[in-house]
Design a protein. Structure first.
Length: 690
């Protein structure tokens, strides 16, 4: 997937643009440059596009780790925050851990320094520097047709490993795991000849039922394993190693633990490979493991598996990063086409732990709140339930992951409703190099408070170009124009009835639209589920909707939190997970469609939530990082905290780090991030450390 390079307008430099993922990154130079396209062949790692520039220095406006390698691929220098290195004359590849994966090639020596706010590379005299970049956008390389027969489904699932870019431990890096082939249902099994599964010598035998196959799909993908029917679930290798997947906690939990154990220990072993970094998790568990990671790195995958699975899970359990997503799947043939997208997220798959009920989604205590409150609801009808009809709800059991999703019939409570159209719409997303477009519609004058919040929040970042348009009291034709015009995000503030969006001259049903131009949305109105689902079916990728009535003041709090989180680069699903806690009505909101989509890019590496507790004049700071589609499971990061030299595996909570007041204040000023303190949600730029 090609990227584009443009000269920067504010000061000399070049801007790298990913037109599909809507990502941008700037490299500033000592003087104006003219990027000239060059071949990508000269780069050690894969890049999609490359240019040549002449400059005496390059400045990155963010703090990022820098890795320098010689022509043989050996690490020459690793530079992190508050560090500096001088690299002697020679030919080098420079790996920059920016949000768009970027590499430099230079045939000269240089100085690298990283301070509190930026990263600088000085070449001395003007020299040619080649800049290469790789999009993180992935799409299925082929489509496999399968029937609903479990044995055919096994044959389809075992093709997923063909997307791995390596079978070394580095496949635990998200950029080295490609998107599995797409699945479609047909009358017979058809695997394109272009699909080649790696011969890893790893095999899975599973009971011939769809539930067993779906649960094991992420494990089969990660191992590049063959999948065949057998009397009992097991993993075995060509070396004669065998491991039962029928543990005391049951098959699904055993598959989950197996995937997490193999993945985690790969993350530790890979520190002996391309990136020989000081990983916190390795330091924490290595004293308790009888593993020689240096020797393991060079051994075959089958030998690595045998060594890993000999490690008691309890030893590593507290250090495995919190998983991004658990997807609860109805084990029916009709849900199979969504499986590759779930596997691409390396999600945990569950099938049986749900409860179903018909009626209201209202949690305990909310009815009393609605009854006692003097505030108005955002329902246009006096009898909202009768107006919108009763829904069939499923309630996936809470799991030990940051986010939850559901594939199947019914409306999930507390989880994302995944639908196949969302993923296809994302694959079909048109490229754009323009501004991030946000459309805000307020169709009730009493809800002006949320509109004002939206005015303050959206587009307040100097590092990104925005186009914000606010509309009030639209007619059905005017709202139809807004919905069918291309936009990155649509924020609706108003009422929704059974017939559709409430407008000045009636109602607009999204089902009457031929297609939808908005990518993502927040429908902050009562009972907006059906209209939101229809928007996805008509072309949108994902959005946030409500399942029942919401009070205006609660809706304002949720709307403000969601707006700030999305504006900071949180994906839809993660943003809502955090925002739900801002109101007792938070359980009335869910995501429909692809919850991994983001509206804007994160200013730093990955979006994170801080938690701060004060004790004895010092502050305990914990960081909860959220994986994204661009920086998935296996991403590493290092917090910009003094005396913290280790890298950490992203996703989940790390810390606490005990800091003095002054250092805490400086840390909060580095980036605008959400902060939890005393049970309340704040933003780092405005938080006062009393």
């Amino acid at each position: 997937m090609s990227l584009t390079f443009e000269t920067t307008a504010d000061k000399p430099g070049v801007e790298i643009i990913d037109p599909v993922e809507r990502q941008r990154y700037r490299l500033y130079t000592s003087s104006p440059v003219s990027p000239t396209p060059v071949s990508t062949d000269g780069f050690r790692f894969p890049v999609g596009s490359a240019v040549s520039i002449h400059t005496s220095s390059i400045v990155l406006p963010t703090v990022v780790p820098v890795y320098v390698r010689d022509t043989a691929g050996q690490m020459v220098a690793e530079v992190k925050q508050f560090e500096a290195e001088t690299v002697p004359d020679g030919a080098y590849s420079v790996d920059l851990c920016t949000r768009i994966k970027t590499y430099l090639r230079a045939d000269t020596g240089f100085d690298v320094s990283v301070d509190m706010e930026q990263t600088r590379i000085d070449f001395g005299d003007p020299t040619e520097v080649r800049v290469g970049a790789r999009s993180r956008h992935e799409r299925p390389a082929a489509t496999v047709t399968t029937t609903g027969d479990p044995v055919d489904m096994m044959a389809a699932v075992e093709t997923f490993g063909s997307a791995l870019k390596t079978t070394d431990p580095e496949r635990s890096y998200p950029t080295l795991r490609g998107h599995p082939p797409a699945l479609e249902l047909g009358d017979s099994l058809d695997v394109p000849s272009s699909i080649e599964r790696p011969d890893t010598g790893v095999h899975l035998e599973l009971p011939p039922d769809l539930g067993s196959v779906y649960v094991a799909a992420p494990l089969a993908y990660y191992l590049g394993a063959s999948v065949d029917p057998g009397p009992a679930p097991r993993l075995w290798t060509d070396d004669g190693f065998e491991y039962s997947l029928s543990g005391p906690r049951g098959y699904e939990h055993e598959v989950e633990r197996t995937l997490k154990r193999l993945f985690f220990l790969d993350c530790l072993t890979r520190t002996e490979g391309l990136y020989q970094i000081d990983l916190h998790e390795r330091r924490a568990v290595e004293p308790y493991l009888d593993l020689d990671f240096a020797a393991l790195y060079d051994r075959p995958l089958t030998a690595q598996l045998a060594a890993y699975l000999d490690v008691p899970y309890e030893i590593i359990e507290d250090h495995v990063p919190e998983w991004r997503l658990t997807t609860h799947v109805d084990p029916a043939a009709t849900t199979a086409p969504q499986l590759p997208f779930v596997v691409d997220d390396l999600a945990i798959v569950r099938t049986h732990q749900t409860t179903q009920r018909t009626g209201t989604s209202t949690p305990a205590g909310v009815d009393q709140t609605l009854t006692r409150s003097t505030d108005f609801t955002r329902s246009a009808s006096a009898d909202a339930e009768a107006d919108h009809g009763r829904l069939d709800y499923v309630e996936p059991q809470s799991d030990d992951t940051l986010e939850q999703a559901w594939i199947g019939d019914g409306v999930p409570i507390g989880a994302t409703k995944l639908v196949p159209e969302a993923f296809q719409n994302r694959l079909d997303r048109e490229t754009t190099e323009g501004d991030i477009t946000i459309r805000v519609v307020q169709n009730d004058a009493r809800m002006a408070e949320e509109r004002q919040v939206a005015d303050e929040v959206y587009g307040n970042r100097s590092d990104l170009p925005f186009e914000i348009t606010v509309h009030e009291n639209l007619t059905t034709d005017e709202l139809a124009t807004v919905l069918t015009t291309d936009a990155d995000f649509f924020h609706y503030i108003g009422h929704i009835e059974r017939e559709g969006f409430t407008c000045e001259d009636g109602t607009l049903d999204a089902a009457t639209l031929d297609d939808v131009g908005v990518d993502t949305f927040l429908l902050n109105a009562c009972n907006s589920y059906h209209q939101g689902l229809t928007l996805v079916e008509k072309g949108a990728i994902g959005g946030i909707v409500t399942l029942n009535e919401v009070l205006n003041d609660g809706a304002v709090r949720i709307g403000e939190s969601v707006a700030r989180l999305l504006n900071s680069g949180f994906p839809l699903r993660a943003a809502l997970t955090i925002a739900r806690e801002e109101s007792i009505l938070g359980g009335q909101y869910i995501v429909v469609g692809d919850g991994g989509i983001t509206v804007t890019q994160c200013a730093g590496g990955s979006p994170n939530l801080l938690s701060i507790d004060e004790s004895g004049g010092k502050f305990d700071v914990s960081i909860t990082s959220y994986a994204t589609d661009q920086k998935g499971m296996g991403t590493i990061f290092t917090p910009f905290i003094s005396n913290t030299d280790n890298y950490f595996l992203a996703s989940g909570k790390i810390g606490p780090f005990t800091l003095a007041r002054e250092e805490t204040s400086k840390f909060l000023k580095l980036e605008e991030v959400p902060v939890k303190k005393d049970g309340m949600l704040y933003w780092s730029s405005s938080l006062k450390l009393d």
